[in-house]
Design a protein around this ligand. Structure first.
Ligand SMILES: [Zn+2]
Length: 147
């Protein structure tokens, strides 16, 4: 049951419900998964690290508690090298549920306006939020923290 393909199919079937990882006016397919293979993860480049830092700072400054909390946890991850870039994934980002502390970001996470959403989404999984089920989902958290 793992892999982007299944998630993408589900997302396609639920396009309206899963549009929270895109800007409100667009209808791009949401592709965020958990438990993807992390074969292709590498440390962030200096430029990526700066972008991630800016996004994390924004989260920390949020007036919404879960967003600022996520920001502080993400700061620790960034400082510990636990936010990495996966050059092969088609997802915005993913994390693993096997105790791996890393958050993995895909290339599209660095598209304008996506980084805060993706980081908050993935961090929320460490807090126990799921991709589906009753609100509030990880997508809700990402959407809430996106701006
Ligand atoms: Zn997710």
């Amino acid at each position: 049951m793992k892999g982007v393909g299944l998630i993408a199919l589900v997302a396609a079937a639920m396009a309206s419900a899963c549009s929270d990882l895109v800007s409100p006016s667009s209808a791009r397919l949401t592709v965020v998964s958990r438990d993807e293979q992390d074969c292709c993860a590498v440390p962030l480049t200096d430029d990526q690290k700066q972008q991630v830092q800016n996004a994390i700072t924004g989260l920390q400054l949020s007036s919404i508690a879960i967003c600022s909390n996520a920001g502080f946890f993400l700061q620790d991850r960034l400082n510990s090298g636990e936010i990495q870039y996966d050059w092969a994934t088609s997802a915005y980002g993913y994390m693993n549920t096997n105790g791996d502390p890393n958050v993995y970001l895909g290339q599209i996470a660095f598209d304008p306006g996506e980084l805060r959403n993706t980081l908050a989404h993935e961090e929320s999984h460490f807090m126990g939020y799921e991709d589906s089920g009753p609100p509030e989902t990880a997508y809700d958290v990402g959407d809430e923290c996106a701006w």
